[in-house]
Design a protein. Structure first.
Length: 261
């Protein structure tokens, strides 16, 4: 495991648990205590964690507030529509492995367009979003698969062990993923650990990962990181995205598609 990936996971663990200690982290990541101390020092300088005796505590800089599905759908709605349209180019012409769609509102906008695409009738589509599954099935698409599990009321997303077990057996040609935030250090992040686990599984089990992310989310950090920049292939965003982060993404080999705001 690269140092950056280890630090990202340490940051997420600290955010979730509130406090971590050097000994436990060294054992978990199979590294020396001195390596962990260096990792924590780097994260402390970045403002991601606060160093304390024997370990670190969570920084208060991570966002945790969740908004309703309706409120999130209305936020940056024009940009989301343009981003969704641009993302259609990454849907494969022939999809034997299928497509993953997570429960983000940008993905919901994308799914509405996908439902009208005549090619979509032949694509196996897997989602953990109740609204997306309803939109696609109502449009008459015959190969829509809704993951089973518990439903989070605020996002209408299916989460939990049952959904993760199903995803572990699946592979997709492309995963279309939404995110609450995107930053260089914390990667892609969201407020809820269970939703993060589903997103992470989709990222891991897809050949290509396309992230739909309007510019209001770029440069922010939410509580739980579910993917690093190295885990993704494409980011579709709008022209308000900070140039410094767009440049960093490009340097890391991520294709950035920017649409007009």
């Amino acid at each position: 495991m690269y140092a950056e990936e280890r630090r990202r996971q340490i940051a997420s663990l600290t955010a979730i648990e509130g406090r971590v200690n050097v000994t436990d982290l060294a054992e978990k990541f199979h590294v020396t205590a001195e390596t962990v101390r260096r990792d924590l020092a780097v994260l402390h300088r970045q403002g991601v964690v606060h160093r304390v005796h024997g370990g670190a505590v969570a920084s208060q800089s991570f966002l945790t507030t969740e908004f309703s599905l309706d409120a999130r759908s209305r936020s940056a709605s024009t940009a989301k529509s343009a981003i969704a349209q641009a993302a259609l180019r990454f849907v494969p012409e022939h999809s034997e492995g299928g497509i993953f769609l997570d429960a983000g509102t940008s993905i919901s906008a994308f799914a509405k367009l996908l439902a009208t695409d005549p090619r979509a009738a032949s694509w196996p589509i897997v989602t953990n979003s109740l609204p997306i599954a309803l939109d696609l099935s109502t449009a008459g698409l015959p190969h829509v698969h809704l993951l089973g599990g518990s439903v989070r009321a605020i996002t209408q997303a299916v989460v939990g062990a049952m959904a993760l077990r199903s995803l572990a057996l699946m592979r997709a040609d492309v995963a279309f993923i939404g995110t609450n935030a995107l930053s260089v250090d914390h990667g892609l992040s969201t407020a809820d650990a269970q939703e993060a686990a589903i997103k992470s599984a989709m990222v891991t089990n897809a050949r290509m990962v396309v992230v739909l992310c309007d510019s209001t989310k770029i440069g922010n950090d939410y509580l739980v990181s579910f993917a690093s920049l190295d885990d993704i292939d494409v980011v579709v965003t709008d022209s308000g995205a900070p140039e410094s982060i767009v440049s960093e993404l490009t340097e890391r080999g991520v294709e950035v598609v920017t649409v007009g705001s």
